[in-house]
Design a protein around this ligand. Structure first.
Ligand code: PEP
Length: 251
């Protein structure tokens, strides 16, 4: 049985006081840790204070990106060792906004995924097609290629611990959600690809999230699908009340 994982992606929203208030409210009502992994991926500036707020609770803290090197002259970047040292557990890799605005690619995402594992962080690797690719029937091939390149050189054990977020680009922040059936179909394609790249056991273990305008009103249907093990959520993760509803539905 795969444990569901609901991860909030705050993107570049919230100030320090709002971040702390959110953590205080959420940690007071978290569902049991055996039922669901609850993760907040916050702006780098708030990670340490969130780790402190969440100490002794089951709320996990994640970063939204990182550099693949341990240290160096990379102005503005954050390294995997710095994240690990700050108590961060997860890191989103290759989000479509990073690919679109910061030139990230499958190859750079792969380097970051490998570096995350090397330094004891759990990566959430994002994949997903554009509207144009969906309309021309390329979704399966696009996502399979992203999964293959993004997981290159991982061991089967690492791949089993990886989280993949299937996020169709056209559904992110647009209010358009893939139907639960369509999302499940692509998550199934991803699982099959993992089986062919690694083995059946790894494919059974890996957790695959859906992301793209997930909200309390649609999460239950998505979570009822065979291949959907959780959600990566932007807008609806910004309010504690809404995030708690998502966690309840995931649990
Ligand atoms: C995201 O940021 O990964 C995302 C899916 O955003 P939203 O839920 O707002 O579509």
């Amino acid at each position: 049985m795969r444990k569901p994982i609901i991860a909030g992606n705050w993107k570049m929203y919230k100030n320090a006081a709002e971040a702390t208030a959110f953590a205080e409210e959420v940690k007071a009502s978290l569902p049991a840790a055996e039922k669901v992994d609850a993760v907040i991926c916050a702006p780098a500036l708030f990670l340490q204070s969130l780790v402190a707020s969440a100490a002794d609770t089951d709320l996990k803290i994640g970063a939204q990106t990182m550099h693949e090197e341990q240290e160096g002259a990379f102005t503005g970047e954050v390294s995997p060792t710095q994240l690990k040292d700050s108590g961060v557990e997860y890191v989103i890799i290759g989000h479509s906004e990073r690919r679109q605005y910061f030139n990230e690619t499958d190859e750079s995402s792969n380097k970051k995924v490998l570096a995350a594992f090397e330094h004891g962080l759990l990566p959430i690797l994002c994949v997903g097609e554009s509207l144009e690719q969906r309309e021309s029937g390329e979704t399966g091939a696009v996502v399979e290629a992203q999964v293959e390149k993004g997981t290159a050189q991982l061991s089967a054990a690492q791949a089993a611990d990886l989280v993949i977020a299937y996020e169709p680009i056209w559904a992110i922040g647009t209010g358009k959600t893939a139907t639960a059936e369509d999302a499940n179909e692509v998550c199934g394609i991803i699982r099959k690809k993992i089986a062919s790249l690694f083995n059946e056991e790894t494919a059974e273990a890996i957790r695959i999230q859906y992301g793209g305008s997930v909200k309390p009103a649609n999460i239950e249907e998505l979570m009822s699908m065979e291949h959907i093990d959780g959600a990566l959520v932007g807008g609806a993760s910004l309010e504690a009340e809404s995030f708690l509803k998502l966690l309840e539905a995931g649990a």
